[in-house]
Design a protein around this ligand. Structure first.
Ligand SMILES: CC(=O)[C@@H](O)[C@H](O)COP(=O)(O)O
Ligand SMILES: NCC(=O)COP(=O)(O)O
Length: 262
């Protein structure tokens, strides 16, 4: 029986803001959702201030920082304007993500190999400000090695391709993506990085990835906000927490059978 470090749940409230913005008013309030998620057991709150402000707005970030009692993970593109906002907000963490205006969601990981010169000063500036930097990347060995060379303390593995393949029933693709994540998490940990994961996770995929001992934090939003419509956000947070705890316990008790299934 091994004892693993606790796995944190960061709840992403972006899509509460998506719904709010559909009518242009103030309701539903993503800060209220964040407070409810924390009261139900979330370990932190994630929000993505996109350059086009399609969901989270500048005042949401400021209010989240002022009103929540748990760590705020500020997702942003590596731009000078965003850096200024992050340094003024002083969140616990910044996760640098790739962004394209025309995308429906964050479709891939950051190309830290191709953009290392451009990213280095952002990472250094945030490190100097005492803000924990993570890089949202695919579980690709070259990207992981460059993240470590750039002295980012954390990576978040983009789980979107794996989750899509699981949901769409593409077993071979799901298996290949899962194996990439397993190998990437091990490589990143060996390189001294703290490993997080997120994008597209639901109860099933969260339970499974919770069984990877290297993973310290999951950031989950879209699926949970959708589920919350039916059962409420507190119940959704508790159910997600229970799924993650099951995944951790399966590994601790040596029940590794699930780990091979995509
Ligand atoms: C970077 C990331 O994975 C999250 O920000 C998530 O994508 C939610 O925001 P979008 O749906 O706008 O991509
Ligand atoms: N970084 C991933 C995240 O914050 C949540 O992604 P999703 O669950 O909304 O797809």
């Amino acid at each position: 029986m091994v004892t693993l470090p606790p796995l944190r749940l960061g709840v992403n409230v972006d899509h509460v803001a998506t719904l709010r913005n559909a009518r242009g008013g103030d309701r539903p309030d993503p800060v209220r959702a964040a407070l409810a998620a924390i009261a139900a057991g979330a370990d932190g709150i994630t929000a993505h201030l996109r350059e086009d402000r399609r969901h989270i707005r500048d005042d949401d970030m400021a209010r989240l920082k002022a009103e929540i009692s748990k760590p705020l993970n500020f997702e942003m593109a590596a731009t000078v304007d965003m850096l200024k906002i992050a340094l003024a907000t002083r969140p616990h963490a910044v996760c640098l993500v790739p962004e394209r205006r025309e995308e429906l969601t964050t479709e891939g990981g950051l190309d830290v190999v191709g953009q290392h010169n451009a990213l280095a000063p952002f990472i250094a500036r945030l490190n100097d400000a005492g803000i924990r930097v993570s890089l949202f990347i695919a579980a690709d060995p070259a990207q992981i090695e460059m993240a470590a060379r750039l002295r980012a303390p954390v990576i978040e593995i983009h789980t979107g391709a794996w989750c899509d393949a699981v949901v769409d029933g593409h077993a071979a693709k799901a298996k290949a993506e899962w194996q990439r994540i397993v190998a990437g998490a091990a490589l990143a940990r060996a390189a001294g990085l703290e490993v997080h994961a997120g994008h597209g996770l639901d109860y099933e995929t969260a339970e499974k990835i919770a069984g990877l001992p290297e993973i310290m934090e999951l950031n989950i939003g879209y699926y949970m906000i959708g589920e919350a419509l039916f059962v409420g956000l507190p119940e959704t947070v508790r159910t997600m927490r229970a799924a993650m705890d099951r995944g951790r316990k399966n590994l601790e008790s040596g029940d590794l059978g699930r780990q091979g299934k995509a």
